[in-house]
Structure formats: structure tokens, C-alpha cells
Design a protein around this ligand. Structure first.
Ligand SMILES: [Cu+2]
Length: 679
């Protein structure tokens, strides 16, 4: 898990960009103004027709912050909670469930996963160890707690341990978060690593570079993938293929790469603050592994977690063999269709289903192809009305009109569909819009999408059966994420039926060889290069970073040092100043996510927060400060462990002025009063 935005809205990747006839350089954002679109009750209602959501009631008195789910024969579930309990859940499959909860074990230290053990009982990863837990006398209550292997911890709250997951060889794997913040993010060995543990407890490091790998799996093809949250060194959410010796990007774990047994050759000093796209860095720094699939931040989640493969053979719908990924902050599930090109994993990510009760961190398929979602909002907040929960998602048998999968081509993509397309709309290049972009690999927290360039659609060929189309584009770029929206497409014989989710994001790590259906456009070399974006002016009227010349000294008359606290809080809810006083305000961000300080007119803090959320495209470049008279002064968006200082005169009119953080979703909680008193 990672620091999340507390988003009161659902985000849907519904883009409305006009078809571009010629290459147009777009702003650096994957999804235009819809990035923080209002909750789409309409979309949720349409999704519900195909995948029905059933919340499972939890008795009062149980805080079911679900952190792990294992379906057990007999239509039972075992569910771990972040509070350290394990519960039997009976009745979870009933049509109108009123499940019975029975305590199996308690007193564990934040277990974040559970699987069956071939030795009997279950394996659970607690923070400090992998444990085998069993009920040997058959009373339904665990009576064996056997340490399988210790997990190194220093005590940082951020040192989550996820798993275990069992490989085809019977060995267990866990993924370990790095600790919180700064230069000591791996104070204990192997933080930021995927470790393998044999049933008798021998531990071997596998791969490094993880930050907050809240979900991971081994596919039926034997490939391991871990999900990752946006954060320092991580431009956006993603899933990365992890083979022994891989390094997926966060350098803290390289502190352990010198230790005996390390599979990773890279050293801490090899990873610089590159400020370059990760795929470019990977070309010149051997061992750096870009993700298989980028998940654009706020579009396809903000805190990607549990990952499952659909092995239901069609019982869950038409996407058998694909991956489903839960998101905590946005309480939704995204879908990922992978392929291997030139030996490298890549693929497309799609919106799938939103509108859950709370943040999803675990997914597990149960009997009959039913998907269970385990939820907790604690720590970072999540979209939805509840703080925790357990829900069931079942395919209704009604197949939506969707893009089923995407295959990269030398000059574009082949899209296959769940039902035949209407030929007239499918043949028109104007039915599609496309663009490419990527993320920077740097120490800073997250990255705006960069080098975004439109990809003009040059040619479309519809298959005779109408079940696939080949879309040829200009400006295809290796290493980039390609956003393609097929908004103009309709289903055959159903002129009103558009795709349920018309947009996908394909991470094109490798462009395949093969036949082209359009010639290489010699103009591409010039037209498909994005300009370097302008950096917002540092010193402005509302962001005054220099003491005015007429101040007798830099300190002014009053110095305010304002800090941050975990959980979307300023460290002081009330600041006081005399009317007109010369204020030097130092805003120090000691939290592990981005924040700003925005001084607003009295009573206008929430309106400013909402206006910031609506900035969408321009948000990052403007430090999420909207242009409105309601904003008096502000800092930039301040990176973790850094600060910004501004100099201003307190308002001359006494009163209670709002101050808020306007990073999307924060203002509802992250707020205070700047009280101006009469001189
Ligand atoms: Cu904030």
C-alpha cells in the first residue's frame, strides 16, 4: 500500500478528444479533463448489468479490514484482517447472504495474505514472519502457530509484507515494502525485495526495486508479476514482471544487493535521479526493468493492490486467462491483458468495474467463478461509503460489448471484441483517437505523464467476421504507453451500443516485427516528438518566494512553520496572525506523499479544493492551485521531506480564513483555519 488520495469521486477513463487529422502535441496528461470526472453512476449501473456486486454483511463488533482471502472447500472463506484476526466466513455464496463469522485465530501482526499449506493449515505473511497456522484438534480454532521464516523489519509503519504466494515448485514468495521516507528506506535487510522461502524456511532473495508491492502472483504460465503504487521513484501505478535478478526501480532495496545471496548486480550508486523516461534509462542501465504495464494514475487506480488471474475457464465472463487488479483508493477493479513480444511482457489495461464499498486490496476467485473482494480504507482513505468490507462479484451471464484483448502490431494494434462490430463505424478512422506518453524515472514522488503526442489513425481494417479490427497509427513509440479510445465504435446490429469501456492503455515495451498495412511515415520522425514542457514560474504574486524588498528582514514580523502528519493532516489546525502582518511561512512536508498549502478566502477552502480537482490536465503543472480570487497565497506541491517558503502580508480584514491542501482529494480532510486578528 502507499499513500493514497482520499477521492470523493470515481474516476472513469472517458475521454472526449476530437479525432486528430494531423499529429498534434497534446498536454501532458493521459486522460484530459475527465481525470477527475464526477462519479459515473450511469457507468456503474451499466457495469452492474454484467458483473453484479453483492456486499457481504459484517456483524457489528467485527472490524473486517480484509487483507487476505482464501476460498476453502465447502463454500467457505478464510479471511485475514489488518487487525490481526482470521475469520471463517460461512454463507458467502448465498443469494441473499447473511454470512456467519467464526474466529479462527487472533493476535497476528497485520497479516496481508493467506494460502493453504500442503502440510495442513495455512501460510500467512505477518509483518515479522511467515507463519504456518493450523487447527489440529478440529475445533475450528487455530492451535498451531509455526514460524516458517523470519522477515526483517525495523519497525517503520510502512514495512508491509505481502503474501505468501506459492510457486509451481512449492516454494513460497513474499514481497516486502520499503520503509517510510528518506535515505533509510531499507534499514533492515531485503526491504524492497521479493523473497523466496522453502517450506523448511530457507530464504533466497529473488528480485529488488519494489516500493509497495501490495499484490503479486505467479501466472498459469509461470511468470511472476507484482503490482506497485505510485510514489518516490515510481511514476505511476504498474505491474512489473519479476524474474530472478530483476530490479524494478526503487533503489532503497539496493542496500541489500551487496549482501551474500543477492541476485541483483545493481548498486545504490547506479541509480541516479535520472529525470528521464524509465524505458530510456533501462537501455543504458542494464538491470533496470520497466513495467510490463503502466496503470495511468487516477485513471486506472491510484493504489494498485491485489492481483488475480482468471482461471475460471469462462465462468467469470469472456476474459479467461486475463488478470484483474484491485485498487484501494478508487475502490475499483481494472483488467489487464498481457502478451509477450520479443520475449518481453507487455499489454493493455482497461477499466473493468467500479463502485465498490471501500478500497480493494485483495481479490480471490471462489467456487463457480465468483470473485471475492476484500476491502479496507484505513490509512489512506478510499472511494465508497464504508471503511472496510467483503464483497462478491459475479458474472451475470450477459456479455458486454468490450474490447476483449489487444495485440501489438508493427504499425498499431489488433483489437478483438466480445461481439462483432458494426462495420460502418469500425472502418472509420475517426471512430478512434490515440496518443502516446510515458512517465519519468526520478526520485520525486510520482510523475506527470510526459512526452505526450497524438497518434493519428491512418488506416483501419475490419476482419470479415467483425470480431477484430486492425488499427494502424503514426507515432508508435517503443517504451511508451499508448492510449487508444474507440469511442465511435458500435456493435453490429445495435447502433446504440457503444463499448462499455472504450479506452485502453497499452504499454508498448517492444514493437513486434511483421507486415505493415501502412508505410512508415517519414514525417513521423519530426512530428512525433513532444516538446519539453514549460516549467511553471516559481515566483508569482500568489506564490511569493522572495521577501519583498521593503521588509526590514527576511523573517518579516512573524514566522510560521507548518508541517504535515500522516493521514492527510497539517500539524496545526489553527494558525493566528495580526491583520496585515508580514508573514514568512515555511511549509515542511514530512509525510510520504505530495501536499501543498493554499490560503483561501473565508469559507472557500472546499470550493478551492473542488476547483483543483477539476483542473485535470493542468493540475500537476499548476501544483493543483486553481485560478480563482478565492486563492490568496499558496506553496507549490511539496515533495516528501522537502519544503517551500512563501512571504506574504496577512489579510487586512480580520476573520477566519481557510487553508487547505488542494492535491486532489485532500481538501476535505487536510484543512485548517488561518485566523486574522485585529491589530
Ligand atoms: Cu495533501
Amino acid at each position: 500500500m502507499s499513500r493514497l488520495s482520499l477521492l470523493p469521486v470515481l474516476c472513469v477513463a472517458t475521454l472526449a478528444a476530437a479525432a486528430a487529422a494531423e499529429p498534434v502535441v497534446l498536454v501532458n496528461n493521459p486522460s484530459s479533463a475527465e481525470r477527475f470526472a464526477k462519479p459515473s453512476n450511469d457507468l456503474v449501473a451499466r457495469e452492474e448489468i454484467h458483473w453484479q456486486r453483492t456486499p457481504l454483511p459484517v456483524p457489528a463488533g467485527i472490524v473486517l479490514e480484509v487483507s487476505g482471502i482464501v476460498p476453502v472447500a465447502g463454500q467457505r472463506l478464510l479471511v485475514t484482517t489488518r487487525r490481526g484476526e482470521i475469520w471463517w466466513v460461512d454463507g458467502a455464496y448465498a443469494p441473499n447472504p447473511e454470512p456467519k463469522f467464526t474466529l479462527f485465530a487472533s493476535g497476528l501482526h497485520e497479516p496481508l495474505g493467506i494460502i493453504p499449506s500442503p502440510k495442513g493449515g495455512y501460510y500467512v505473511a505477518q509483518r515479522q514472519e511467515v507463519t504456518r497456522i493450523a487447527d489440529t484438534d478440529g475445533d475450528g480454532r487455530a492451535d498451531v502457530f509455526e514460524t516458517v521464516a523470519k522477515i526483517p523489519v525495523s519497525g517503520s509503519y510502512h514495512e508491509y509484507a505481502f503474501g505468501p504466494v506459492m510457486g509451481p515448485d512449492g516454494n513460497l514468495r513474499v514481497t516486502l515494502n520499503v520503509a517510510f521516507g528518506g535515505a533509510t528506506q531499507a534499514p533492515a535487510p531485503w526491504r524492497g525485495w521479493m523473497l523466496e522461502i522453502t517450506p523448511d524456511g530457507q530464504t533466497t532473495p529473488v528480485a529488488a526495486g519494489l516500493r509497495s508491492p501490495a499484490g503479486f502472483l505467479v501466472t498459469s504460465q509461470g511468470a511472476w508479476f507484482a503490482s506497485e503504487n505510485q510514489g518516490e521513484w515510481v511514476g505511476s501505478g504498474r505491474i512489473t514482471h519479476l524474474a530472478p535478478g530483476d530490479f524494478s526501480g526503487h533503489p532503497a532495496g539496493l542496500a541489500s544487493s551487496r549482501l551474500p545471496g543477492s541476485t541483483v548486480r545493481l548498486r545504490t550508486e547506479d541509480i541516479l535521479d535520472f529525470e528521464a523516461p524509465m524505458h530510456d534509462v533501462a537501455k543504458r542501465v542494464p538491470g533496470v526493468k520497466p513495467p510490463a504495464v503502466w496503470l495511468p494514475h487516477t485513471v486506472l487506480g491510484i493504489s494498485n493492490a491485489g492481483l488475480v488471474e482468471d482461471l475460471t475457464g469462462g465462468k467469470f465472463g469472456p476474459f479467461a486467462g486475463q488478470l484483474f487488479l484491485g485498487d484501494q483508493g478508487q475502490s475499483k477493479i481494472v483488467r489487464i491483458a498481457l502478451e509477450q513480444v520479443k520475449g518481453v511482457w507487455q499489454g493493455a489495461a482497461f477499466a473493468f468495474r467500479e463502485g465498490f464499498d471501500a478500497g480493494i486490496i485483495r481479490l480471490a476467485f471462489g467456487e463457480g467463478g465468483v470473485l471475492f473482494a476484500g476491502e479496507t480504507a484505513r490509512g489512506w482513505g478510499s472511494v465508497g461509503p464504508k471503511q472496510y468490507g467483503l464483497e462478491r462479484l459475479a458474472w451475470t451471464g450477459k456479455t458486454p460489448f468490450e474490447i476483449k484483448e489487444v495485440r501489438a502490431q508493427p504499425d498499431g494494434f489488433v483489437l478483438t471484441f466480445t461481439q462483432p462490430v458494426d462495420r460502418a463505424t469500425a472502418e472509420k478512422p475517426e471512430s478512434y483517437t490515440a496518443a502516446g506518453f510515458t512517465y519519468l524515472y526520478h526520485k520525486a514522488y510520482g510523475s506527470a505523464p510526459v512526452q505526450r503526442v497524438a497518434c493519428p489513425v491512418r488506416k483501419v481494417v475490419v476482419a470479415p467476421d467483425g470480431l477484430s479490427v486492425r488499427v494502424a497509427l503514426s507515432c508508435l513509440r517503443e517504451g511508451f504507453v499508448h492510449e487508444l479510445k474507440a469511442a465511435g465504435l458500435r456493435a453490429a446490429g445495435a447502433p446504440d451500443t457503444a463499448l462499455l469501456h472504450p479506452t485502453f492503455y497499452y504499454t508498448l515495451n517492444r514493437i513486434p516485427d511483421g507486415n505493415r498495412i501502412i508505410p512508415l511515415d517519414p514525417k513521423d520522425a519530426d512530428l512525433c516528438v513532444a516538446p519539453v514542457p514549460a516549467i511553471a514560474a516559481a515566483n508569482t504574486k500568489k506564490h511569493p518566494v522572495k521577501a519583498p524588498a521593503d521588509w526590514p528582514n527576511e523573517e518579516g514580523e512573524q514566522q510560521i512553520i507548518l508541517g504535515t502528519q500522516p493521514g492527510l493532516k497539517f500539524d496545526q489546525p489553527l494558525l493566528t496572525a495580526k491583520a496585515g502582518a508580514r508573514i514568512r511561512l515555511i511549509f515542511r512536508n514530512s509525510d510520504d506523499m505530495l501536499h501543498n498549502f493554499v490560503l483561501c478566502a473565508p469559507g472557500r477552502g472546499q470550493a478551492v479544493g473542488e476547483a483543483a480537482m477539476a483542473l485535470g490536465v493542468e493540475g500537476t503543472a499548476k501544483s493543483y492551485v486553481p485560478e480563482t480570487d478565492d486563492v490568496l497565497y499558496h506553496t507549490t506541491l511539496v515533495q516528501p521531506e522537502t519544503s517551500d517558503t512563501i512571504f506574504f502580508n496577512a489579510p487586512t480584514v480580520p476573520g477566519d480564513y481557510d487553508f487547505v491542501c488542494t492535491f486532489p482529494g485532500h481538501s476535505a480532510l487536510m484543512k485548517g483555519i488561518f485566523r486574522v486578528e485585529a491589530k
